[in-house]
Structures are given as C-alpha cells and as structure tokens.
Design a protein around this ligand. Structure first.
Ligand code: ADE
Length: 241
C-alpha cells in the first residue's frame, strides 16, 4: 500500500510519520508513505497557493490549479489514479469499517486543506472522497490526514505484531475493548481482577467478553446494533440492562 499526502506542511507530517510503529513499518517497507508539497505545483513566482475568497469574508482559500497539478503529477508518476481523499469537516465521519476497506486499496492520495478551505471547482473536478475525523474544526487537514494514514497503516499485514492485536480491540467488532492490566498485581490498594491471575484461559476469555459487552452497553449502546452477538452475549446483556 502506498499513501501520498498532499500538503503545505510536509515537515509536520514527516515528523509524525517517522516515529514509533508507523516509522518502523515504513522503514521495513510494510507501507510507503510520502508527503508532497503542493507549493511545488504553483506557477506563482512567490510560491503562493492561496488567495482571498470571492464575495469577501475572512481568511484565504487554497487555489484550484496547484492542487490539480499536484494530483495529476502524482497520477502520471504512478501511472495510475490513486483513490483521492479530501480531509474536511464537511465529509463523512471516519469509521473503523471505512478504514478497513481503505486498507485493501493499493494506492491512496490524501489532500489536506488549509485556511478557509479549497476552491470548490477542484473538488468538483477531482471528485475526492470527503472524510471528516469528527464534528469539530481543526486549523488544517494535516492532523486528520495523519490520523487516517495511521489508522490505515496499522491494518496492513506485518505492521502490528499479529492480527489478534486488532481483532480484539475497540471498534473492530463493534464492541469496545475490555480493560487491561499489567504488573504489579496490586497498585495503591487496587487489585487486578482475580480471574486474570488464574491462568484459566476459558474463564479469562469469558470475563473479557463480558467486560467488553458491559463497557459497550454503558458507554456506547449505539454500537451494539452492529455487533455480532451470540446467545450468551444477548442473555448477559439483558441481565445487565
Ligand atoms: N479539517 C479541519 N477540521 C477537520 C476535521 N474535523 N476532519 C477532517 N478534516 C478537517
């Protein structure tokens, strides 16, 4: 999988993407992530890529042409059209389901907006998938793009230690994850639940499943309608409702 991030702030993205699990995955060739400076595609002699909005109003708008040329140059270089995503608070809210689908693609290009947005005509022309990371507004699309790139990358083979890492975690099965504990077994008077010290795998699994169900019921009951529930799960939930 290859991800290209089109941005005015390459350094900001490169810094984050060079660290930790994603940094190691890139170094090991499990995922290729590049940043592209949209400014390299302006013909303005001062390298400007934004201008005042027609009709007046606050802030600046990113111009259509540099973005268009940036994406086209990428298509030419790759000899294919990567799936284009535009990060915007007006997009569809990102879900684990969409992340899992996107992780199956060969090539993705992510456009980061800045200032007051981008000229609508380049959106009409390129027809990107518009994705929001939540109902709040950030100063630009870089942090959202990094969130998207991180969430996709960790789904790729070999990036995490093994598939169990994400099969059990929050949102993967439309359930929140059970609570986790590590050493010491007693911390400031708080004990690790007895069952986790027992070494009895079946009981541990049962306890974890019930904790997952209970947490989801308490915190995110809306998620349960999409969860695959067994007979036992359903009776546990009805006893705890
Ligand atoms: N750009 C600014 N805010 C955003 C958000 N919530 N999601 C995606 N892109 C954004």
């Amino acid at each position: 999988m290859r991800i290209d991030i089109m941005t005015l702030f390459c350094d900001m993205c490169d810094t984050v993407l060079g660290e930790s699990i994603i940094g190691r995955a890139r170094a090991a060739g499990k995922v290729e992530i590049n940043t592209i400076d949209i400014r390299d595609y302006t013909e303005d002699k001062h390298r400007r890529v934004d201008d005042k909005p027609y009709g007046g109003g606050m802030g600046m708008v990113m111009q259509a042409e540099p973005i268009y040329r940036c994406y086209n140059a990428l298509c030419e270089k790759l000899d294919t059209k990567p799936h284009l995503i535009y990060m915007t608070p007006q997009g569809k809210t990102l879900t684990q389901k969409r992340v899992t689908e996107l992780a199956k693609l060969d090539s993705i290009a992510i456009l980061c907006g800045h200032y007051e947005g981008v000229d609508e005509r380049v959106i009409e022309e390129l027809q990107p998938e518009e994705i929001s990371i939540g109902d709040y507004v950030l100063t630009g699309g870089e942090l959202p793009a990094l969130i998207l790139a991180d969430s996709i990358s960790r789904m790729l083979p070999g990036v995490l230690a093994n598939n169990e890492c994400f099969e059990e975690e929050s949102h993967f099965n439309s359930l929140l994850e059970y609570p986790q504990y590590t050493h010491p077994s007693e911390w400031r008077g708080r004990e690790v639940p007895e069952v986790l010290l027992s070494g009895h795998h079946e009981n541990v699994n049962k306890w974890r499943r019930e904790q997952s169900l209970k947490r989801t019921l308490d915190r995110r009951p809306d998620m349960l309608k999409n969860a695959e529930l067994t007979k036992n799960d359903k009776s546990f939930l009805s006893e705890n409702e």
